[in-house]
Design a protein around this ligand. Structure first.
Ligand SMILES: Cc1cc2nc3c(=O)[nH]c(=O)nc-3n(C[C@H](O)[C@H](O)[C@H](O)COP(=O)(O)OP(=O)(O)OC[C@H]3O[C@@H](n4cnc5c(N)ncnc54)[C@H](O)[C@@H]3O)c2cc1C
Length: 372
């Protein structure tokens, strides 16, 4: 019998594995995929997550595998500035940077640090039942019993669905392409992330390494025409955007709906706890979903330092994390709506330019500050 099982080897499950390892606890991670090969895209690990990776001794590895990002600019489709958040001061204060990195690189670093012997691939959870302990049945016909279970199995979590019987997925009615491309960006874009807002569409890009660029493009779902490709929607954007899109191979582009999880009342049950997207998936507009999964793992670790009783830890975990997570889910949803306006964009951009940079800085600091 396992003492602790984590279902899902995404960024949340792997960070939790690293935290439990630091506590010398015995655990096994079960992952449905045959290899740790996340969707081919980039991701931004903000200062909150990077502070935690620092405590795990992984900060430098992650920084070296990715690219440090000192500022985030929102502009119109022609690069006319709407708002800029410079995080250099905050980086100094928190001794960590934002890092843009290939997801596969990040997960490789997290998995290697845990040790492959603790991660069982090809184990797709089919059912979970609460008996004296939890009985976990996998599609490969393995059955195991576990005293403690963590559900880190993402937005469509089977653990959440079967144990809590809840979880309404909300569709933002936006679709999102993500791409990776070998592209030589002009130097002024090397350490800043950009998001260009047009009418009912957005394009963002960031440099991941010397030549690799990660980009994403969103349009309102109602405007999507069958058989069209992403570039068809961005001819009114700056030529750099078109260059990036033209240079991307079709096989390096993925397309998803933008969704989140309507807040659920409880993330834990007896000896079981949800973390990351399984508990509180958010839309990606603040670039915080995975960072929040990392924070979940960290807070569980901090609480375990004081108390070895998991049920007490789970209760306190939700009390500590709820407010920040709800703020991010709700704010991100609103940003997603405002950024995709189809009319009144000039007024929106004008009003947004009136917001002093110090206000933006404060909002960013609220997000990157750890709660413990
Ligand atoms: C377009 C887009 C851009 C984003 N950009 C950012 C960003 O820049 N920064 C950021 O912080 N976040 C970002 N996010 C959010 C981020 O991707 C998620 O919040 C994060 O991946 C959640 O991590 P997780 O470990 O909780 O879940 P997941 O990453 O979903 O991992 C769940 C794991 O569980 C496994 N699994 C699922 N079901 C089972 C099962 N039945 N049995 C066994 N294993 C199972 C899956 O295979 C997977 O490996 C973005 C999201 C999107 C859609």
């Amino acid at each position: 019998m396992n003492s602790i099982s984590i279902i899902g080897a995404g960024i949340g499950g792997l960070t939790l594995g690293n935290i439990l390892k630091q506590h010398h606890l015995d655990f096994t991670i079960y992952e449905s995929a045959p290899e740790i090969k996340p969707v081919g895209a980039g991701i931004m690990m903000a200062v909150n997550a990077m502070q935690i990776f620092d405590k795990l001794g992984l900060k430098e590895k992650i920084e070296n595998a990715g690219n440090k990002i000192n500022g985030i600019s929102i502009t119109d489709e022609s690069f006319k500035l709407i708002s800029n958040t410079n995080v250099l001061e905050l980086e100094k204060k928190y001794n960590s940077c934002n890092v843009a990195i290939h997801r596969a690189e990040l997960q490789k670093i997290l998995a290697e640090s845990i040790g492959v012997e603790n991660i069982k691939l090809n184990h797709s959870l089919n059912t979970i039942q609460k008996k004296e302990n939890y009985v976990l049945q996998f599609e490969n016909e393995t059955t195991i019993e576990s005293k403690i279970v963590f559900g880190a199995d993402g937005i469509h979590s089977k653990i959440r669905n079967q144990i809590f019987k809840t979880g309404k997925i909300r569709n933002a009615k936006q679709i999102c392409w993500r791409g990776l491309v070998d592209f030589e960006l002009p130097e002024k874009y090397h350490h800043e992330a950009f998001e260009l807002w047009g009418k009912g569409k957005r394009f963002g890009f960031v440099r991941l390494s010397n030549k690799k660029v990660y980009w994403y493009a969103l349009i309102n779902k109602g405007n999507h025409k069958f058989n069209s490709s992403v570039i068809d929607y961005f001819y009114d954007f700056d030529p750099l955007v078109l260059n990036i899109l033209e240079s991307t191979l079709e096989k390096n582009i993925i397309l998803n709906d933008i969704i989140d999880l309507s807040p659920i009342p409880k993330w834990y049950s007896e000896n079981l706890c949800l973390i990351g997207d399984a508990a509180h998936a958010t839309t990606p507009n603040m670039g915080q979903g995975a960072c929040q999964a990392v924070e979940d793992a960290y807070v569980i670790g901090k609480l375990l330092e004081k108390n070895k009783d998991f049920n007490t830890v789970f209760k306190e975990f939700q009390e500590i994390r709820r407010k920040k997570v709800d703020y991010i889910v709700n704010t991100s949803w609103k940003i997603g709506q405002i950024s995709q306006w189809e009319n009144g964009n000039s007024l929106r951009n004008f009003l947004m330019r009136l917001i002093p940079e110090s206000v933006n800085q404060k909002l960013v600091e609220k997000v990157i500050q750890l709660e413990m």
